[in-house]
Design a protein around this ligand. Structure first.
Ligand code: AMP
Length: 112
């Protein structure tokens, strides 16, 4: 199986502006930011999309939801939005699960 784009970033084969790393996940700035603060939080495990996660992945997903606010807070953002696009109709373009963490501007609702 060929590596996903995000596996290549995790393995250091493609450069990225890393803001967080631990044994289970990494976070780096989105190359095409949609807010003043826009970071992607990515599990090292290459789950293609949220809908492919299993019960076994629950601790990893929980960990990421705990880490996301910490990353936002460390960059001065108490308020932020977390987005997961699942599948093409929902806007997913990279098939390696990732949380978008967006902050630094007012967020509209409903999302586009
Ligand atoms: P999604 O459309 O939800 O799959 O999100 C994929 C995100 O990856 C988009 O917001 C892209 O801007 C971002 N992206 C694509 N290539 C890179 C890259 N090399 N480094 C950082 N972010 C990227």
């Amino acid at each position: 199986m060929s590596k996903t784009l995000f596996e290549k970033i995790i393995d250091g084969e493609i450069p990225a502006d890393m803001v967080y790393e631990d044994e289970r996940c990494v976070a780096f700035r989105d190359v095409n930011p949609q807010a003043p603060f826009h970071v992607l939080l990515v599990p090292r495990k290459p789950i293609a999309r949220l809908g492919h996660a299993t019960e076994e992945d629950a601790p990893l997903l929980g960990h990421m939801l705990v880490v996301a606010p910490r990353i936002a807070r460390e960059h001065g953002h108490e308020d932020f939005r977390v987005v997961i696009n699942n599948g093409p109709t929902a806007g997913q373009s990279v098939y390696h699960l990732h949380l978008h963490i967006l902050a630094g501007r007012p967020m509209g609702w409903p999302p586009g």
